[in-house]
Design a protein around this ligand. Structure first.
Ligand SMILES: CNc1nc2cc3c(=O)[nH]c(N)nc3c(CCO)c2[nH]1
Ligand SMILES: [Zn+2]
Length: 373
């Protein structure tokens, strides 16, 4: 089994669990956040910097790498780890979500999805078998099943038909997997906000031998209390001896609330995306460093942060770089935001160890300003 999960303990104050995931490219403690490296790079970061900040696993993308440079080139390079010089773990998403979020002319049918390449405009077709073949070529440690992430909101009828097709696609993914002893494959539970459809999806997928399970179909515009409700009735349906991954999440509050509801792995473009417009996550809340009020502020982005950015560069300097559209400014805000979330996950793990994640949530929300009306 290329991917195994070791449960260490469950927090006595919440449903959060401390664990460890073992992959062919290293192990990592959970709950854990995965920086997103869609095009085989976590934008503006070097692999050395990712390693230095404590990143253990990053996410990349079937759809994007198939279109550019092509999975054949990555395979010829010796796989994605070698191609991008990253020897930590890599999880690749399967492409379904990106087809729906990036391209037009989408036509979904039993065989797969017809769509237009968002770069060249040519018509393409992605199927469960093709999505698995691409990920086999990329050589990621964890592959994702090809699924449909329905839009929010979706009717019960649409969602039921979609869940049943995603379950049929999941079986086709397992059958198409060429190297199950080298690469793990996670199933993705769908069903929107409908409890009986989440149950149906989880029943279908946990009856198949996946290495881990993702909760999909969330962080697609639904209110946070809907996401939390869905997690409360979905994560208990997943096996306790395999990793649970909440896709596309997220913000600091959602990471904590997801961990409390039994999630082990998260990914989100938020920290890297907002960094590139000069928004930083700090222990005292969001800080938009491009604001004029920081022009003469020679303090660090976050006085409670130990990262090399906060130890060596001022808000005034970073503001100047961002305003001047200097790449180095984006590198500094990106490094700090990723470090902040990785550090937050470390604090969450410590709180689980000490059975006080509920207390930690209150303290963090108060200081970050999540409780402000
Ligand atoms: C930003 N929100 C988000 N929700 C997601 C939901 C899904 C989903 O349901 N399926 C798949 N395959 N990927 C998803 C992704 C991309 C990875 O972050 C999502 N991303
Ligand atoms: Zn910092």
């Amino acid at each position: 089994m290329p991917i195994t999960y070791e449960h260490i303990k469950t927090c006595k104050q919440t449903g959060a669990r401390l664990g460890r995931v073992h992959t062919p490219h290293g192990s990592f403690d959970t709950p854990m956040f995965m920086p997103v490296g869609t095009l085989a790079t976590v934008k503006t970061m070097s692999p050395e910097e990712l390693e230095e900040m404590g990143a253990k696993i990053i996410l990349s993308n079937t759809y994007h790498l198939w279109l550019r440079p092509g999975e054949d080139i990555v395979e010829e390079a010796g796989g994605l780890h070698k191609f991008m010089n990253w020897d930590g773990a890599i999880l690749t998403d399967s492409g379904g979500f990106q087809v729906f979020s990036l391209s037009d002319l989408r036509d979904i049918e039993e065989q797969g999805v017809h769509f237009r390449n968002h770069i060249s405009g040519e018509k393409l077709f992605l199927s469960p078998e093709k999505a698995i073949q691409i990920q086999n070529s990329l050589g990621s440690d964890i592959m994702m099943a090809f699924d449909e992430c329905p839009p929010y909101p979706a009717s019960h009828d649409y969602m039921k038909a979609s869940v049943e097709r995603t379950s049929r696609w999941a079986e086709r993914c397992l059958a198409a997997h060429k190297r199950p002893e080298e690469q793990g494959l996670f199933g993705i539970v769908q069903g929107g906000e409908y409890e009986e459809l989440r149950r149906q999806s989880a029943r279908d997928l946990t009856s198949l031998d996946f290495s881990g399970y993702a909760v999909g179909g969330l962080s697609v515009g639904e209110p946070k209390d809907v996401m939390n409700k869905v997690l409360e009735f979905t994560t208990p349906l997943l096996p306790t001896n395999k990793p649970r991954y909440l896709m596309g999440v997220g913000s600091p509050d959602s990471l904590i609330d997801g961990a409390i509801r039994g999630i082990d792995m998260f990914d989100c473009v938020l920290p890297t995306r907002v960094a590139r417009n000069g928004t930083c996550m700090t222990s005292n809340g969001r800080l938009v460093v491009r604001n004029a009020k920081y022009a003469r502020d020679f303090g660090p982005l976050d006085e409670n942060c130990g990262c090399h950015v906060c130890r060596n560069y001022s808000r005034a300097y970073i503001r100047h770089l961002i305003k001047a559209n200097e790449t180095f400014g984006f590198r500094l805000t990106t490094y700090h935001n990723l470090y902040f979330l990785l550090e937050l996950m470390m604090q969450v793990r410590e709180a689980i160890k000490e059975d006080r994640l509920g207390d930690f949530r209150e303290e963090f929300f108060e200081q970050y300003g999540f409780n402000k009306p």
